[in-house]
Design a protein around this ligand. Structure first.
Ligand code: GDP
Length: 324
């Protein structure tokens, strides 16, 4: 039986991954902060361990005592927007904690244990990318505190892999779902489109509408992580759809799905949501994971936007019912 240790188990990806690993019969341990701001409840059957990615001794102790076969690092500051507000915290929990986890795994490996490590890396490591679409060989050029912390972690995974650890990076492009928090633009848009269509809200304030992202469906990306964890050889894998849309496209699709055609009158630009440095366009080439691990996305852009809007329409209807 696989014994897995996860960070970020109460986030979007972590909650899907914990459910999946438990369904596969794994014993799942999760590092959970006492004052967690995780959006999702910890999956039933997972064992919670009180801990914090800033507490290196605590993390080491957990790895030593649980002796996992698999460590999946999904924790940390997950949003670019938040990383601008908290750059030091981002360096610690998104960057430095990965050194602790890798070193703790290395010690188990050194004692003869067959431990694997999977890092949730990010398209943000490419920042102002040298080429499009990006591949596993595209140079790293981060342009945000989040991207820089993820780039450090990404390099370190490569360092430990060279040392002999089964350590892999899933280079995840933006991925969304019904569990996406509103700190991300997609959920902010689908919530607003639903609420505006039911008269609960008048306008939506956004930052850059021209930015383009390669948006995928989070459960597909969790499937990619599971495949990478199970692969014979460790490596870096881009996880992306290869198709980009602008924030404007997303707004249009979401408002249309909510029954609103004239979205332009409803959306305002607010400088508060404009980034100090923007990543203008992201597009990933996932050929390696498709070829080597048979991964394929199941859900396209329009289907994803519709599912999110429909979910948010139900939530908005409940909000109205609760007011009566
Ligand atoms: P990111 O790509 O990891 O930063 O994911 P986000 O969902 O936070 O942002 C995606 C894109 O939407 C970025 O280019 C943002 O600048 C842009 N954007 C425009 N308005 C907003 C907003 O109100 N909130 C967020 N989070 N992003 C916005």
């Amino acid at each position: 039986m696989t014994v897995a240790l996860m960070t970020g188990a109460t986030g979007q990806d972590g909650s899907y991954l914990a459910e999946r690993l438990l369904a596969e019969g794994a014993e799942v341990h999760a590092v959970v902060r006492d004052d967690t701001t995780g959006e999702e409840p910890l999956a039933e059957g997972a064992v919670a361990h009180s801990g914090d990615l800033r507490d290196a001794d605590g993390l080491r102790h957990l790895v030593e005592s649980i002796r996992p076969d698999l460590v999946v690092n999904l924790g940390g500051i997950s949003s670019v927007a938040t990383s601008w507000a908290q750059p030091e915290l981002t360096a610690l929990v998104t960057g430095a904690s990965v050194a602790t986890l890798l070193d703790a795994c290395w010690r188990l490996h050194d004692e003869g244990a067959a431990v694997r490590f999977v890092q949730a890396s990010s398209s943000e490591i490419f920042g102002h990318a040298a080429e499009s679409p990006q591949t596993e060989d595209t140079p790293l050029r981060p342009v945000s505190p989040y991207g820089a912390a993820k780039a450090y972690a990404h390099h370190l995974v490569g360092v430990y892999r060279m040392r002999g650890l089964h350590a892999s990076s899933a280079i995840l492009y933006n991925h969304e779902s019904l569990r996406r928090p509103e700190t991300f633009v997609t959920r902010k848009i689908t919530r607003a489109a639903a609420r505006i269509s039911l008269g609960l809200q008048d306008t939506l304030e956004l930052g850059a509408l021209d930015a383009e992202r390669d948006w995928g469906w989070a459960p597909d990306y969790v499937d990619a992580i599971a495949r990478i964890a199970g692969a014979d050889h460790p490596g870096d894998y881009i996880v992306a759809t290869g198709t980009t849309h602008s924030v404007r496209d997303f707004v249009e699709a979401a408002f249309r799905a909510a029954g609103i055609d004239d979205w332009e009158g409803r959306v305002r630009t607010d400088p508060r949501f404009v980034r100090p440095v923007e990543t203008p366009r992201m597009c990933g080439d996932a050929s390696r994971i498709r070829r080597d691990l048979g991964w394929e996305p199941t859900t396209g852009f329009d289907q994803m936007v519709r599912a999110m809007v429909e979910h948010d329409l139900r939530i908005a209807e409940r909000e109205i019912a609760a007011r009566r």
